[in-house]
Design a protein around this ligand. Sequence first.
Ligand code: GLY
Ligand code: MN
Length: 493
Amino acid sequence: MWTKTVDRCWLTVIPKKEYTMFSKEVFAGRRAALLKSGLKGIAFFPANDEASLNYPDNTYRYRQDSNFAYFFGLDTPDLVGVIDFESGEEILFGREITIDDIIWCGNLPSLTEQGEMIAVKQTRDINGFGEYLRDAVAKGRQIHMLPPYRGDMKIKLAKWFNTDIDSLSNYVSQELIKEVVKLREIKTEVEIEDMEKAAVTAYYMHTTAMKMCKPGVIEQEIAGAVEGIAISNGYGVSFPVILSVDGQTLHNHNHNNILQEGRMVVCDAGAETKNYYASDFTRTIPVGGKFNSRQSDIYNIVLKANMEVIKNTRPGIRYFDMHTLAVRTIIEGLNAVGLMKGNVDDALAAGAHFLFMPHGLGHAMGMDVHDMEGLGENNVGYDAETPRSTKEGFKGLRCGKILKPGMVVTDEPGIYFIPTLIDIWKAEGKHKEFINYDKVETFKDFGGIRIEDDLLITNDGNRVLGRPIPKTVAEVETCCAEGREWMRIPGII
Ligand code: GLY
Ligand code: MN
């Protein structure tokens, strides 16, 4: 966090951003659209501060708040963007750069110049923001703020409002959340272009993983190479890389295993552009480059579920129904290989598939990999006609709403064999009319399979973003066979 007592620089490199950020008209247009929403009073959007890692000046890679970035574009801390719905004023509160900033970080744009970069004419000193806010509260004006999610921001907000942290929820505006979701969920051409870049970067991340997936390799070596591709192209990762032979652990960030023949690696990774647009793909790769028959049987069930969703996803349908289609395909496939049994409709209605796929089909994606999840999953993923299900096997779905052109969603079915979950269900005899526990027992060493693509909803269907990443058994095996050299530093791992 910026403090006035410490002489330090802005670690964010603004000049680099100048040629990558969208034109000022893009940000002006977004604010103009919000101004037309009919809200009353003022909305304000604080920029994220730097976040300290192990001492104040050693910070994590800077990440702007997505809502600030959406309306005010700038990639710097210590700013607040304000929109006054009655006067139409737009104000950028910030601070002037100091000679210390220049010494440590070079010539950075002044506050006025930063305002010009995003077409905001009025700039004011950030030290006056608390007074501005309290004055608006005292005048009885409506204040619209989005839910804060960082501890340091909550402290700052409490200070600005002169209140306690628990009372901040009084200023969180459901109306503003609704308007922001309406704008951000429909991606415009420039946003889609950026997401394509993130998706193409993911192609190189995933094909690199395939080429390195050989016995004796340590997961960390692949995870590092995958992340390095995003970083060396000027991007970041859109979330910490998930990469493990223990793919049955859904979000596995442990990369300590040494790869062995007969296992598969689940690699779930995506890039984040300089404008913060994400990609999020998953591929499952056989160690040594060849699936055995047990693996390819299960792999092809997951692939079919992924492809059925691609075939059927279009505007006007509920993504909840695509989740149902995916799990129905999985139940049918597991019945065919003898892991499940009985009537498919009944198994589906009972939620028996939850043993194998204990997560939803997908989520919205945009400037956040789980787009706008900080505004509330139900506010983003559900609508008035689609309330969230309360049933096991369906309630975990992050996005169930009616799809519209311009939305981007992930399609990420999976089948997992989670030994502890199997033990618990088996001991309870849970859904034993649908699950062949004797056969499931023999899969406890299998791990998991997930296949994920990013779908842009078009006017008449959908389009998978990016360059097609090898996905069929044959495509994955061909890519693995290419191989790749890399360097292991002797004596380190
Ligand atoms: N790719 C990680 C997730 O969707 O949760
Ligand atoms: Mn995902």
